[in-house]
Design a protein. Structure first.
Length: 425
């Protein structure tokens, strides 16, 4: 946005700030929040504090530094209010679990470590955050963030103290952070219609099991080497000799990879499906949905633990899910795969639409990063990182509201919350 557009939106922004920053106790802090949001939305290549303060007529670098890096305001109630406000407006078809990386120099920025950096496509020194987004084909919005704390930070007391990591925060795997975040959002009264995720999460049997245990439907990407049994495979037990323990029921045939199973049905089994209208016309490809039973040691142990916890007995049967495969016209083999625990009669077109809906957060991440400076924060502290991410989320939410209803009063704002029903997209 240029300066004229930002000034034109000042009145709406003031109402927005009054609502989402209502938990921030001091008026001057809320005013700094308004100023910071304008700095994020205003055109400019760099969205760190110094250049933003220089571009803003009321920008004060020292005040903004203190507000973001030293102030004690709690970002959690702010993010909660943004989530409560945005979910009904977006009307999400799914929630997307994702993670985002922030390349960094040095080793003193909070939770920085050499690890895989998606932004660079390789191992690099970076921070990584796990996020959950409400997603539709029209819009998306981050609902909550968790900063991933690498193992090397778990017991590094000097760096933890210097960056202000709370004592109760330790190392947790990203898939656990994602489930923690879903539990936290459920505590806010927000429940996903379906969860979608890339193979970094979908590949993990514990993550899929965690979603199922919470009664959450999912459509998650997996790699081509994930192994499954056909849906009609049945475990059997060899005859018992009378000595020792009775043999446990097992699948006697080896599982096959999802790629082998899909290819085995032949190209003719794949059906064309369209998932959305793109800038160059309908987005379509060819897909096949099969029922299958995910295999592997971890999947078996999870299934056995769930069954024995319920009635003390397990018959060896692995849970059944839907395998979705994509084999585009002209490709030599299928290129993408997903697993889903949605009902078996879910239409193919719906499975495809949900599998592909993550495009929206990739689109909006470009705005979060390049337009709003998500990865431009130059502070090093735990509090500063969370304050900055919360403020970027707020700026993105405000702009999303303006796009969804540019001429209407904002849903749930102080001027409309008690007098008119919430608008939904």
């Amino acid at each position: 946005m240029d300066a004229h557009e930002v000034n034109r939106a000042r009145a709406k922004l003031a109402l927005f700030v009054a609502d989402v920053f209502a938990s921030v106790p001091r008026k001057d802090q809320r005013a700094k929040g308004d100023c910071y949001l304008r700095g994020l939305m205003l055109d400019g290549r760099r969205k760190s504090i110094q250049p933003m303060a220089e571009r803003l007529p009321d920008g004060n670098e020292q005040n903004l530094q203190q507000f973001v890096n030293q102030s004690t305001w709690d970002p959690l109630p702010v993010r909660r209010r943004i989530a409560e406000r945005m979910v009904p407006q977006i009307g999400p078809d799914a929630w997307a679990v994702d993670d985002v990386s922030f390349p960094k120099d040095g080793k003193m920025s909070v939770a920085v470590a050499p690890q895989y950096c998606g932004a660079l496509g390789k191992q690099a020194n970076c921070q990584v955050a796990v996020s959950v987004h409400a997603v539709s084909d029209t819009a998306s919005c981050p609902l909550q963030w968790r900063l991933f704390v690498p193992e090397e930070w778990a017991h590094d007391a000097p760096r933890r103290q210097k960056t202000g990591i709370p004592p109760e925060v330790g190392h947790r795997e990203k898939w656990r952070l994602a489930l923690d975040t879903l539990d936290e959002l459920a505590g806010w009264g927000l429940v996903p219609p379906v969860v979608v995720a890339d193979a970094g999460y979908g590949q993990n049997a514990d993550f899929r099991d965690g979603l199922s245990a919470r009664g959450i439907g999912y459509v998650v990407a997996v790699r081509s080497d994930v192994t499954v049994h056909p849906h009609d495979a049945r475990p059997t037990s060899p005859a018992w000799s009378g000595n020792g323990r009775r043999p446990q029921p097992r699948y006697r045939d080896k599982p096959s990879s999802v790629s082998v199973l899909a290819v085995g049905h032949g190209r003719q089994a794949f059906t064309e499906a369209t998932w959305r209208e793109g800038s160059r016309g309908p987005m379509r490809s060819r897909f096949l949905a099969l029922r299958a039973r995910p295999a592997g040691v971890r999947a078996r142990r999870l299934a056995q633990a769930a069954a024995t916890a319920e009635d003390g007995h397990w018959d060896g049967v692995l849970p059944e899910v839907t395998l979705l495969a994509e084999w585009p016209e002209g490709a030599e083999a299928p290129i993408d795969y997903w697993l889903s625990n949605l009902p078996a009669d879910t239409p193919l077109a719906e499975l495809v639409r949900l599998a592909k809906i993550r495009w929206r957060i990739e689109h909006d991440y470009r705005e979060l990063k390049h337009g709003l400076g998500l990865d431009h924060f130059e502070g090093r502290s735990w509090a500063g990182w969370h304050h900055h991410v919360t403020l970027v989320t707020a700026a993105h939410a405000f702009l999303t509201e303006q796009r969804l209803a540019p001429k209407a009063d904002t849903a749930g704002s102080p001027s409309t919350r008690s007098s008119t029903p919430s608008r939904t997209c």
